[in-house]
Ligand binder design. Sequence first.
Ligand code: SAM
Length: 290
Amino acid sequence: MRIDIVSVFPDYFRVLNLGLLGKAQKRGIVSIATYDLRDWTHDIHHSVDDTPVGGGAGMVMKPEIWAECLDEVLGDNEDANASTADASGSTVDVPILIFPNPSAPLFTQETATELSCSSRRLVFGCGRYEGIDARVPEYYRTVGRPLTADHGENAPRQPIEVREYSIGDYVLNGGEVAACAMIEAITRLLPGFMGNPDSIVKESYTSEPLLEYPQYTRPTTWRGLAVPEILMSGDHGRVDRFRRDQSLAKTAVIRPDLLGQLECAKLSKQDRKTLIALGWTVNGQHPRKA
Ligand code: SAM
């Protein structure tokens, strides 16, 4: 997967060279390039923002600077007509342009899973100040990226998929941290990223809308706190059941909204018993708090 990131703080993304993501880059599973938006400015102050039309506090990022930069980054046209599916069914190379935005749909594990296989190329545009002029996403969605070396307004263009995502109901200073979060969540799902691919199968939010059970390691007693006895029994069936019950109980307390998304028809007899004991009814399509 190729990832391009545009920001006024490209140094932010050095963190992506650490840990598993750093290794994945060295192994060629993912390549990440960053661009400084100010390189596309023309004035002596390298300004990328202006006052909001209609008044109000703060500054808004100028559309023409963003467009000059994005035209160049998105206009890598070797793959311009490669909108067909590859052997795995994923659409290749045509970039998906993503703008982190607190007033957008929430980025979830489902989004990460979908993006990890829907395109081999993602481009992130990180806003600052009050955000980017709203015409920028609209332009690339409807008019698109340039298809020739001439990036001018009259160049032939290809509309591309443009997404906007929030990483949570709070406001950050800029899109950099949000882009890092999304990039980590997406890339760790790429084939070959994890040494043991099983480690991403049974995680929170992954195969079901549930939180993962608590995990423990050695020593089995630490500062007077012992790990649950059953985990040392060697009885895999009982361990699995214990963990499943812990997962259901934890989700019921912390994220009852998730528990309500489970499909009753897919629950085992023991799952139902556990949920009933936790005060839920399981006779409808989804569990409900009794
Ligand atoms: N005026 C905007 C609002 O009230 O919705 C907030 C702009 S914020 C200070 C500047 C930039 O940070 C945004 O353009 C976006 O790129 C990023 N950002 C802030 N919070 C975010 C969040 N929760 N999720 C994704 N991006 C966020």
